[in-house]
Design a binder for this molecule. Sequence first.
Ligand code: P6P
Length: 367
Amino acid sequence: MLQASGISLTAKEETNFNIDIERPFPMPMKTLVQFINEKQVEYPDATGDFTRLINDIGIAAKIVNREIRRAGLADINGYFGSTNIQGEEQKKLDVFANEQFINALKHGGQCAALASEENEDMIIFGNKYSMGGKYVVAFDPVDGSSNIEVNVPIGTIFAIYKRITQEGASGSIEDLLQPGRNLVAAGYVMYGSSTMLVYTTGNGVNGFTYDATVGLFFLSHPNMRVPETGTIYSINEANYVYFPEGVKRYIKYCQVDDKATNRPYSTRYIGSLVADVHRNLIRGGIFIYPGTLKNPNGKLRLLYELAPMAFIIEQAGGKASDGFRRIMDLEPYDLHQRSPVFIGSVKMVEKAEEFMREYSRDFVEKM
Ligand code: P6P
């Protein structure tokens, strides 16, 4: 017998019983963990290891977020007093964040090896538990950290591969030097006006917004899609004189007054990869960090910046190349190798590639 607010119902009535209560509050949104667990059932051979791995990354992101939100107050600004493999002076936040992600991934036990923008060599934990790890992770703990002092959005980027060496032994360099097309998951955390975690496992892209009052990420941007085209181009035009001719011609194309094609476009350049790509993911647009005559491979790193961002953008219906070749097909030969990048709305990337083929075909030989 179903008792509800004193009502007693016969068996027949019970089957038709339907408390149609006007819900006084909107249904609680889905948390990241609920979402991951729901998706896990779609993978029959899922063992929960991957779920724990994504969750561990989320925990590290919350800790990093806490410090970023207090940057002006906590002793997290400024330089740490060391330089990383890139020859860049490490910020205190770089070092702090790097430690958080390393610890989270170490203690989680799902990771056989790591590659970090902040570490010259790969990181293997060696402990028995991690030797059994099925995955390897390449990550940039804080991309754009120089923006922290001026309160400009920064981000964490992560790329997850299945190890290719035998479980039971330490991970190895070939586990990490895999092309983007082998990625099993990729994501970023953007510490912006709100903190968002956006990730893909190859079945679309979903965005989660962090509610610090309850310490949870909630699904806020289901099934994110890049608009097929857009009117924003994002490039550091200060380097114009060093750009290949194809890039120069594309910039001028963006600036032509042609209302029929919504030109001139607008230019937006935050100087933080995660923020510039995230904006284009939402609004449409193209972000370009090209090679130059001085640095043919540009500035951005393939393994833990461009391949994961390319996976996300492709999964959202966009495109990512080095001006000629798909980013996800580039075979890495070094943990910290760089690549030019053209990423965003598919029509805009294709147009830029047309200019590269027409005016800078030979440039690919220099990369
Ligand atoms: P530039 C930040 O330092 C970063 O690595 C990316 O986040 C960003 O897209 C790029 O460099 C900005 O480089 O040379 O324009 O300052």
